[in-house]
Design a protein around this ligand. Structure first.
Ligand code: F6P
Length: 550
């Protein structure tokens, strides 16, 4: 048994779960009229309402005991102090330094990283202002109107999600595009909308070795050179964001046009680094800095606030409570805010690449569940597809609901209707509908006793399904920064308690290795290398049937 499951606090939680398992939130709300206030937390103008969860004061006390036994405070301190918490790669995880607006020194190998962070931010600012102000011209002297980010995973999802989230702040006449998939459809259909003379490509790759990104970048470069008729054009139309200057040079991008970041920034935590450049080009420097400030404020809260008032700690502990004691293995992200439609995809990488691990830091198999499957979609669309399962399916799926008080596009009654659904769904999930209520309803509609008996089981809602409601004033850059930092730290809390490495991602390697072998098999004329019969059949069929033009 692991240290975690052997700990006294774990055993106490297991006993407490036996009692909580049968308690309905409906009763908890009825017994305590102040329940909402007791389990809600205001951070600037964001209300985090955690009251519709299967928790009591005792649950939280026991979870805090577990956090203390696991020395969560020390783990948080180690991250902010730049200790090598990414143990398998011997690196710190210092995304908090990227938005450290206080400039508090943060040391890596006894060297303060803040001067280099600030130097890159300052270069980003200058470049952003040049491009947006029209001083940076394309090869033929025209102003840039379109920015295409070429990157994948953490070098795509963050800026793509934030560009959509902050769409109302993007400069008029500036268009942001994101190409990530090596499926040529992504690039070809994006390029079809563009004029090479006014297009700037940002090639974003931490390693600058990612095959999808480099393939797309080379094809984009060929397109540009063919259209503008000169290799010289590359200098005015390509910039790079990377940690790997040598590979950037080898691609043909001048180092002066490279924006650096560092190996202590994880890909999925890199939005705050130069990976945010396309976003900054769209929304401008002031908004980009506001996003950093919003994140920094949440960082300071996470770093300094006692555990029992610490919002990401509370959310992380509640998630652990569900994953490990109730066995809930899925987490829905349901933004009632169209601008956050890409948030579920972004959080999928953040959660699942960080905490989708099966061994502890010491390499022992865990004997407890780790990361749930994270998924979701913008409300209210989800209500008309998958909410059926959330309300009445056999699984219980904790869900985060997010919404803005102020719409970016006030129009008629749209926002009131949207928010009515945002309030009603968590209420329905919590409260449910009992057999008595169903029977009474059907009786008032005049149904026969037989019809009532037949229909009742189908119309019962068990309720007791947990949700967080996160209600913010308006989705501006600062609020977005705060929300994203909240999620990063919540993921950190879970990983720290599970004693896993939340900052490596070895699980993505095997598929990449095998793809390289298959690529050679596809290219070769003769026999392919040994594979299982299924894989061999698929490769052979592709080779036999692919059009000769491919
Ligand atoms: O393959 C997974 C991954 O390494 C992610 O962690 C990362 O965000 C993505 O690939 C892209 O990597 P890079 O920025 O080095 O191109």
């Amino acid at each position: 048994m692991s240290r975690l499951t052997q700990s006294p606090a774990w055993a106490a939680l297991a006993r407490h779960h036996e009692a909580m398992r049968v308690i309905h939130m409906r009763d908890l709300f009825e017994q305590d009229p102040a329940r909402a206030q007791s389990f809600s937390y205001l951070f600037n103008d964001i209300l985090f309402d955690f009251s519709k969860n299967r928790i009591t004061v005792e649950t939280l006390a026991r979870l805090f005991d577990l956090a203390s036994e696991c020395r969560l405070n020390e783990a948080i301190g180690r991250m902010f102090d730049g200790r090598p918490i990414n143990a398998t790669e011997h690196r710190p995880a210092l995304h908090v330094a990227l938005r450290n607006r206080s400039n508090r020194p943060i040391l890596v190998d006894s060297r303060d990283v803040m001067p280099q962070v600030n130097a890159v931010l300052s270069r980003m600012r200058t470049f952003t202002e040049q491009v947006r102000g029209g001083d940076w011209k394309g090869h033929t002297g025209k102003t840039i109107t379109d920015v295409v980010n070429i990157g994948i995973g953490g070098s795509d999802l963050g800026p793509a999600m934030a560009a959509r989230a902050l769409g109302p702040y993007v400069k008029t006449g500036m268009h942001l595009h994101f190409v990530s998939n090596v499926d040529a459809t992504d690039l070809v259909e994006t390029l079809a909308q563009l004029e090479p003379e006014t297009t700037l490509f940002v090639v974003a790759s931490k390693t600058f070795t990612t095959e999808e990104t480099l393939t797309n970048a080379h094809s984009a470069r060929d397109w540009l050179v063919a259209r503008l008729g000169s290799e010289q054009a590359v200098a005015r139309h390509f910039v790079a964001v990377s940690t790997n200057a040598e590979k950037v040079r080898a691609f043909g991008i001048d180092e002066n046009h490279m924006f650096e970041f560092w190996d202590w920034v994880g890909g999925r935590y890199s939005l705050w680094s130069a990976i945010g450049l396309p976003l900054a080009l769209g929304i401008g420097w002031d908004h980009f800095e506001a996003m950093l400030s919003g994140a920094h404020e949440m960082d300071e809260h996470f770093r300094t606030e006692p555990l029992d008032r610490n919002i990401p700690v509370l959310a992380g502990l509640i998630a652990l409570w569900y994953a490990n004691f109730f066995g809930f293995d899925s987490q829905a992200i349901l933004p009632y805010d169209q601008h956050l439609e890409h948030l579920p995809a972004y959080l999928q990488q953040l959660y699942m690449e960080s905490n989708g691990k099966r061994v502890t830091l010491a390499g022992d198999d865990v004997d407890y569940a780790t990361c749930p499957v994270v998924w979701g979609a913008a409300g209210t669309n989800g209500q008309h597809s998958f909410y059926q399962l959330i309300h009445q399916g056999t699984q219980v799926i904790p869900a985060d609901f997010l919404a803005a008080i102020e719409s970016q596009h006030p129009l008629g009654k749209h926002h009131e209707i949207l928010l009515a659904n945002f309030f009603a769904q968590p209420e329905a999930l919590m409260r449910g509908k009992t057999a008595e209520q169903v029977r009474a309803e059907l009786a008032t509609r005049g149904l026969s006793p037989e019809a009532i008996a037949a229909l009742t089981p189908h119309r019962i809602f068990p309720g007791n399904r947990p949700t967080h409601s996160i209600l913010y004033q308006r989705l501006d850059a600062k609020t977005l920064g705060t929300l994203l930092a909240f999620y990063e730290h919540r993921v950190f809390v879970q990983g720290a308690l599970w004693n896993i490495d939340s900052f490596d991602q070895w699980g993505v390697e095997l598929g990449k290795e095998l793809a390289r072998v298959v690529e050679a098999d596809i290219a070769c004329q003769g026999d392919i290398s040994p594979h299982d019969s299924s894989t061999a059949q698929l490769i052979e069929r592709f080779k036999a049937r692919k059009p000769s033009s491919h």
